[in-house]
Design a protein around this ligand. Structure first.
Ligand SMILES: Nc1ncnc2c1ncn2[C@@H]1O[C@H](COP(=O)(O)OP(=O)(O)O)[C@@H](O)[C@H]1O
Ligand SMILES: [Mg+2]
Length: 362
């Protein structure tokens, strides 16, 4: 179990005649031996570039990458003992699936090799196609072969870039579970890139949220969800997404919702350092409750109420408020469009962000 450390890792792409692209701007991370870290962020934020630098497929512009305390910078990929399964890291067409998986194991004895391949192939559901060649495989099968190949060679560090993206929903669930099981059993230090928050939150020990080349937050799935560092993380993580409402922070520490809301709505949400500012008030749908008029923070009319079996999702239009408010409701409840409802916000679970900087102030 080797740990992996990234120290102020940077990557700038310079293409002649084009503006520079700062793909990664100072990435710091320490992955403990055997830990699975999920790297989550929107398309183009620098996830693949980060992995490619760790793998040695791309040079760093600055900073250092250490595996078990040893710097990898300058070493070619084959000298890094890092297993990779990337979307564009192709299989060898003339080789069978079995040979592809065994490819990184050439240094071992033949019997040992066969047993390893059979074990990994069995777990990832490839036993029936071991003699097939890549050309005849579906994209989902190819992806699982690439995953098996990366895992089979028992690397110090395993890097997976969207490893489940081509699988259908059922296969993704099984493969995800098998992958987690293998990773834990074999103790691989792993970074898994995904743009799918559910995948990151369910699979990873810790999650790194990235945007525009910078790390926004590093934390356990619970920390990322319950204690988002800024507006970006708050709106990026959570499904259905957090409600974000425009407001103005008053000197006394109250928040007045968008001035257009009449009658005026002011919420008592104490802030440590109140200053007059435009703020964004965040509250997750599960922290918005239907209530009686006397206890209500807001009232509005039902736009739509969806029954999702485990719970309902209620979308409410609040007069004067630009955003619609989404609330999670008890299963079985029936609400009709146009009905008037009263809502209260769970005070301890209300977040405040400075609108302009996105900085969390509560
Ligand atoms: N070889 C390259 N040359 C120039 N720009 C690149 C290259 N590879 C990636 N980029 C740019 O770097 C940024 C980050 O890309 P990437 O790491 O692939 O993001 P992600 O994997 O998060 O979608 C993007 O703006 C992308 O266009
Ligand atoms: Mg990518």
């Amino acid at each position: 179990m080797s740990d992996l450390t990234l120290l102020n890792v940077r990557k700038t792409y310079r293409t002649k005649g084009r503006p520079e692209v700062h793909a990664v701007r100072g990435f710091d991370l320490r992955v403990r031996g055997g830990e699975l870290v999920g790297l989550l962020g929107p398309s183009g934020c620098g996830k693949s570039t980060t992995l490619r630098m760790i793998a040695g497929l791309e040079e760093v512009t600055g900073g250092d990458i250490l595996v078990a305390g040893r710097s990898m910078v300058g070493l070619p990929p084959q000298r890094r003992n890092i297993g990779v399964a990337f979307e564009n890291y192709a299989l060898y067409p003339p080789l069978t699936v079995e040979e592809n998986i065994a490819f990184g194991l050439r240094a071992r004895g033949k019997r040992d090799r066969k047993a390893r391949v059979a074990d990994v192939a069995g777990r990832i559901g490839l036993t029936d196609i071991l003699q097939a060649r890549p050309a005849g495989l579906s994209s989902g099968q190819k992806q699982r072969v690439a995953l098996a190949r990366a895992v089979a060679r028992q690397p110090e560090v395993l890097l997976l870039d969207e490893p489940l993206s081509h699988l259908d929903a059922a296969q993704r669930d099984t493969t995800r579970r098998e992958l987690r099981h293998l990773q834990q059993e074999l103790g691989y230090t792993t970074i898994l890139v995904t743009h799918d928050q559910e995948e990151a939150l369910s699979l990873a020990d810790r999650v790194v949220v990235m945007n525009e080349g910078t790390v926004q937050q590093v934390g356990t799935p619970d920390e990322i969800y319950d204690d988002p560092a800024n507006l970006f993380v708050a709106q990026f993580v959570g499904e259905p997404p957090m409600n974000l409402l425009d407001g103005k922070l008053q000197p006394a520490g109250d928040v007045r919702l968008a001035p257009e809301v009449t009658p005026e709505v002011t919420l008592r949400v104490p802030v440590r350092d109140p200053r007059q500012a435009d703020v964004t008030l965040g509250v997750r749908p599960e922290d918005v409750a239907l209530t009686g008029q006397a206890d209500a923070d807001l009232s509005g009319t039902v736009l739509v109420h969806e029954d999702l079996l485990e719970y309902g999702l209620l979308t409410v239009e609040v007069p004067g408020l630009r955003q619609r408010l989404v609330a999670q409701t008890e299963p079985g409840l029936i609400l009709r469009p146009g009905e008037n409802v009263w809502l209260s916000l769970h005070r301890e679970r209300v977040y405040l962000f400075e609108s302009e900087s996105g900085e969390r102030i509560r």
